[in-house]
Design a protein around this ligand. Structure first.
Ligand SMILES: [Zn+2]
Length: 87
């Protein structure tokens, strides 16, 4: 069983969660070109190594959060709530 630690609920079976894709910077809607938008919507980096991903605790608290997962070993190195950072 793979465990994923929700920042609110702690370690839970990964089947309680929904994968939301890699964390990507959304382009500025005022300046994005059609090619840049298509790249954002359809293309993925798919790296070998640690990747930042969105996860949703669908069978728990309903939080969307970020997990840092190694794409080969599936080792979860960190999970944390999303933040805009310092403003
Ligand atoms: Zn939770």
């Amino acid at each position: 069983m793979i465990l994923l630690a929700c920042p609110n609920c702690g370690p839970r079976n990964v089947q309680e969660f929904r994968y939301g894709g890699e964390v990507r910077q959304r382009p500025d809607l005022n300046t994005v070109t059609p090619e840049e938008w298509a790249d954002y919507v359809y293309m993925r980096d798919n790296p070998l190594g640690v990747m930042r991903e969105w996860w949703f605790h669908r069978a728990g608290c309903g939080l969307w959060f970020i997990a840092e997962r190694h794409t080969k070993t599936h080792e979860i190195q960190a999970t944390y709530a999303w933040s805009k950072g310092p403003s």
